[in-house]
Design a protein around this ligand. Structure first.
Ligand SMILES: [Zn+2]
Length: 75
């Protein structure tokens, strides 16, 4: 395998390695949305296995334990 192929495979593997949800945003009337650790988009549903936008695999352990930072979206 050449270097480019190895780099590509490494990138794909990183996406498949689950990342913890570490941030939430409060939007509107106390609606809490978890934030994808990779693309920083808010997620529509809690405890989904993958991000809808970037396909990042997600872990919810820290979220479940309340170890997330909460940000208020200022509009
Ligand atoms: Zn994402």
């Amino acid at each position: 395998m050449n270097r480019i192929v190895i780099k590509l495979l490494f990138k794909i593997l990183l996406y498949r390695k689950a990342m913890n949800i570490i941030e939430c945003k409060i939007i509107g009337n106390d609606n809490l949305f978890p934030v994808c650790p990779r693309c920083e988009c808010t997620l529509d549903r809690e405890y989904q296995s993958f991000c809808d936008r970037c396909g990042q695999k997600l872990k919810w352990k820290k979220y479940y334990n309340g170890k997330v930072s909460v940000k208020y979206k200022t509009t």
